[in-house]
Write a protein that binds this ligand. Structure first.
Ligand code: C2O
Ligand code: CU
Length: 510
């Protein structure tokens, strides 16, 4: 693909074999990447380091694939948005200025912020209107790999690019590394958005074009997940795909940490080709000292994070996706070892590689399920069609009619998640960490698998337990945000919490 200089708009039409549809790409202006730069550092009244940012939500043109430019919505002018990195114990203050045409917010995914800072419209704050701003202010109490994203019309807004990394370095590093990289995965749909216009089209149930094989022979509407596999035709890492993916440069013998964050809606199967590695954390929480493995795929559900550490050898290698979709071939991340001339163009290896199973991988003494739960709940996750529209349900109900989990501060709550459907449901609880107790009736063998987002695959049953230690009203939903938008959402409601913000679930802005 060529990029004629001086041409303001370049429109390309590419035939998609799958549906005969048209891809358009335009070229307007180049946006810039931004790094983890703290805008202002000072000391707060309590003697803590205070780190402050002003982040502007705005639309820019972004080249998500070579020659494919599209309008994206960003935090700070890039996809992913401004990288926010602090140290455990820091006081964090982020002023979000909205220069978009729609209201936005920031939700700190997985992070135990106070309820008023959780960024959920109708639950913890009003959406930040165009031209307005809001300041998020909290103390970074725990270290780890987290991320932030909009929670207003989120199935649409996160799709358009409103997300970024939130990394909290530990005060005392237990996993010393020489260098590290943060890698945010996402999926895009670059298709025509109207009369000669172009853009990445947010995937809403309402505007799903049905001319891409949307009907099956039996005239049943096509399953949403099948549709998505066709519609999302470009995958990215850190907002880039194909030849524009920046190589990870390392020196031989260096210890390297990779922080994988799945900011998309699909499960991604990440493979470090032939490189021995250990998983050191998931969802920001350390995994017990775990053995090194080679050629095991990480199945990273939407919203989940995995930290891995490896020691660079003398040979370059590639990280590819084993999702099995055509679009997954657009993400191959070169890892270039200094002095190794052999690094040509890395490619997907197409090998069959088994999935690394976190339920059994870190050998430990086993989870003690003390059995003293103040309450337990069973959630059946499924999907059905209502008036021709596919909805995603918890115990047969859709938000806001799902049954909330009522708690009091200090209670211990067990939830059994049963996936009765045919799609992955990465279930995410805001503001808390939960312990994974069992899978398919078998207690976890590794100890202390703690998460805030748990990939529950079709047919699986997980028991999880959490301590109600963060008073508020907290969303608990599937992080395939299309599923959440189509009903798979509930909440945990503290009966002894009386916040300033008048909770109104009927606002349903999510
Ligand atoms: Cu990452 Cu309610 O979301
Ligand atoms: Cu789901």
């Amino acid at each position: 693909m060529t990029k004629p200089k001086g041409l303001l708009v370049l429109v390309l039409a590419v035939l998609i074999a799958a549906g005969g549809g048209l891809w358009y790409a335009n070229q307007v202006r180049q946006a810039t990447d931004s790094g983890p730069v703290v805008e202002r550092t000072s000391i707060d009244e309590q003697g803590r380091p205070l780190k402050e940012w002003t982040i502007t939500a705005k639309a820019v043109q972004w080249e998500i694939a070579p020659g494919v430019k599209t309008e994206v919505w960003t935090y700070g002018g890039s996809v992913p948005g401004t990288a926010i990195q602090v140290t455990e114990g820091d006081h964090v203050r982020v002023k979000l200025v909205n220069r978009l045409s729609a209201p936005v917010s920031i939700h700190w995914h997985g992070y135990p912020v106070p309820a008023a800072m959780d960024g959920v419209p109708g639950i913890s704050q009003d959406p930040i209107a165009p031209g307005q701003s809001f300041t998020y202010d909290f103390v970074a109490k725990v270290p780890g790999t987290y991320w932030y994203h909009s929670h207003v019309d989120s199935s649409n807004q996160v799709d358009r690019g409103l997300y970024g990394a939130f990394i909290v370095l530990p005060k005392q590093e237990t996993e010393k590394v020489d260098r590290e990289y943060t890698l945010l995965l996402d999926e895009w749909s670059a298709m025509t958005g109207g009369q000669g216009m172009s853009g990445s089209m947010p995937m809403d149930h309402g505007n799903m074009p049905m001319d891409h094989g949307g009907m099956r022979h039996d005239n049943m509407p096509m399953d949403h997940d099948q549709m998505m596999k066709i519609m999302y035709n470009i995958y990215t890492v850190n907002g880039r795909s194909g030849s524009q993916i920046a190589p990870l440069n390392v020196n031989p013998g260096e210890r390297v940490r990779l922080r994988f964050i799945n900011a998309g809606y699909m499960t991604h199967l990440v493979h470090l080709q032939g490189q021995p590695f250990r998983v050191t954390a998931t969802d920001g929480r350390p995994v017990n000292p775990a053995p090194e493995v080679t050629d095991r795929v990480l199945a990273i559900g939407a919203g989940e994070r995995y930290d891995v550490v490896f020691t660079a050898g003398s040979h370059s290698f590639a990280i590819d996706l084993h999702d099995g979709t055509p679009a997954s071939r657009s993400v191959v991340i070169p890892v270039r070892v200094t002095g190794d001339g052999s690094s040509g163009s890395p490619a997907p290896d197409g090998k069959a590689v088994p999935v690394l199973d976190l339920a059994t991988y870190p050998k430990g003494s086993g989870v003690q399920d003390a059995g003293t739960w103040d309450a337990s709940y069973v959630w059946h996750l499924n999907s059905t069609f209502v008036n021709g529209e596919q909805v995603y349900t918890i115990n047969g109900k859709t938000w806001p009619n799902t049954d909330p989990i009522p708690v009091k501060t200090g209670e211990r709550v067990k939830v059994t998640l049963i996936n009765d459907g045919t799609s992955d449901h990465p279930m995410h609880l805001h503001g808390h960490v939960f312990r994974v107790l069992s899978r398919n009736g078998v207690p976890l063998q590794g100890t202390d698998l703690e998460k805030d987002t748990l990939l529950v695959r079709p047919g699986e049953t997980y028991e999880i337990g959490f301590v109600a230690d963060n008073p508020g009203v907290w969303m608990f939903h599937c992080h395939d945000l299309h599923h959440a938008a189509a009903g798979m959402m509930s909440d945990v409601e503290y009966r002894d919490y009386h916040g300033q913000y008048p909770v109104d679930k009927s606002k349903d802005l999510r």
